[in-house]
Design a protein around this ligand. Structure first.
Ligand SMILES: Nc1ncnc2c1ncn2[C@@H]1O[C@H](COP(=O)(O)OP(=O)(O)O)[C@@H](O)[C@H]1O
Ligand SMILES: [Mg+2]
Length: 407
């Protein structure tokens, strides 16, 4: 029994060959494209390889050339199969034989046995010249194709760069267009609520307070857009001040309780938050912590708990936020740090957001000489609680890198 690798894009031919070979007691591994064929050849250690000349991506000649450069396949017969391919070229690129299509079952089986038994077709000496010509012709065509591919890639790359630029500009324009009209809205709301424009009836006050809450939400989204747009354009400006991360955490929690909907869950802040003095930009860090807290609260089901703690190290301090949400799959842990990536990005998803929170938090943490990490179901207690959800650690250096602006 032998193991035969068959590289062929036409399913009918694949089925026919598999049937014949299996009837003869052989094992068949098959694929419909050249690149996968090359990978499989190195992996499955075949006793014989059948290559269709007419396959997409790399053609059969190119596949054969490549297979011949894999040392573990030395001595493994490669047989080209084709309707219109050419024998001289097939042998020139390293095939040991050539079978024409259409395949005739009886003859095919016998030919395969011959190759498995050690038979090799070799062109006679007088054909050597023809072979050299075929090989050169083949190489020229490969280079031509390569040239075309490289050109395609360059074009695709230029298009991607253009799209990235447009995306940056769009983000910048949208955030500014949204931010500008917010200013009078916020200002007049403050005047109204301060009763500087006249006394309010209790009902009017309730309405305006409701408008203010919605406006605050809107402002937070716009603020995040502005932040990320500034980050992408490399225009983010950081201050360098002394602060205590414990205060920053408490303020972030307060801000979230004030502006967000935290009543659904129980927010447990470690009552013994250690003092964590550091230097850096406390306002940006606070916003980053709010984003992390917002996620924990958002993804934790009603009645669940979110634990908030602080770890103080020699060179770094770390905020820990542990929740009782669904956790994050291992394959998503890196992705979700990228701007706009949400595990569920569909319009029908259960949770709001634009996918910029973690991207912002990561950039801020990194600018402060730290970083952010997400772990699923970690088993580490935070504020005395061991919860089965996601643990996000936001770490900053005690002394932010010197390049920050003094302020
Ligand atoms: N605590 C968490 N639990 C589960 N999934 C999370 C958590 N935090 C973040 N994620 C995942 O990461 C994605 C990106 O988060 P983020 O950048 O804050 O954007 P947004 O909250 O706007 O979706 C979320 O959509 C979610 O899929
Ligand atoms: Mg978020």
């Amino acid at each position: 029994m032998a193991r035969v690798l068959h590289i062929e894009d036409d399913p009918h031919s694949r089925r026919l060959v598999a049937k014949i070979l299996r009837a003869a007691g052989h094992e068949v591994v098959e694929t419909d494209n050249g690149l996968e064929g090359i990978r499989l050849a190195a992996e499955v250690e075949p006793d014989l390889i059948l290559v269709d000349i007419n396959v997409p991506d790399l053609d059969g000649y190119e596949v054969t050339l490549r297979l011949r450069s894999i040392s573990s396949l030395a001595g493994v017969p490669i047989v080209a199969i084709t309707a219109e391919g050419d024998r001289a070229t097939s042998l020139a690129v390293g095939a040991d034989g050539f079978i024409g299509k259409p395949i005739q079952a009886r003859k095919f089986a016998a030919t395969i046995e011959k190759f498995l038994g050690g038979h090799r077709e070799s062109g006679s000496e007088e054909r050597a010249g023809a072979r050299e010509l075929a090989l050169r012709d083949r190489s020229q065509r490969i280079v031509e194709r390569l040239e075309g591919r490289v050109r395609d890639l360059q074009e695709a790359n230029a298009r991607l760069e253009e799209m990235a630029r447009l995306r940056r500009e769009f983000l910048q324009n949208v955030s500014h267009e949204l931010a500008t009209p917010m200013t009078p809205v916020v200002g007049y709301l403050r005047l109204l609520l301060g009763e500087e424009l006249g006394e309010l009836t209790p009902l009017q006050r309730k309405c305006i307070q409701s408008i203010q809450r919605s406006t605050t939400r809107l402002r937070n989204v716009v603020e995040t857009l502005l932040d990320v747009s500034a980050l992408e354009a490399g225009r983010m400006h950081y201050y360098n001040r002394q602060y205590d991360l414990a205060d920053v955490v408490r303020q972030a929690v307060e801000r979230l309780q004030h502006e967000g909907d935290t009543s659904r869950v129980q927010l447990v802040v470690d009552p013994a938050l250690p003092s964590a003095p550091a230097t850096g930009d406390p306002d940006k860090i606070q916003r980053a912590v709010v984003h992390v807290l917002d996620n924990a609260v958002k993804f934790t089901p009603r009645g669940g708990r979110v634990a908030v703690g602080l770890a103080v190290g020699e060179d770094a301090v770390e905020v820990q936020v542990l929740d009782e949400g669904p956790g994050v799959a291992a394959t998503d842990l890196d992705r979700i740090m990228e701007p706009f990536v949400q595990v569920d990005g569909s319009a029908t998803r259960a949770h709001g957001g634009v996918g910029l929170g973690l991207a912002f938090a990561r950039r801020v943490a990194e600018a402060m000489g730290g970083g952010i990490s997400v772990e699923a179901a970690p088993g580490t207690p935070v504020a005395g609680l061991t919860l089965k959800g996601t643990l996000v650690r936001l770490r900053v250096a005690r002394h932010a890198p010197a390049k920050l602006t003094e302020g």
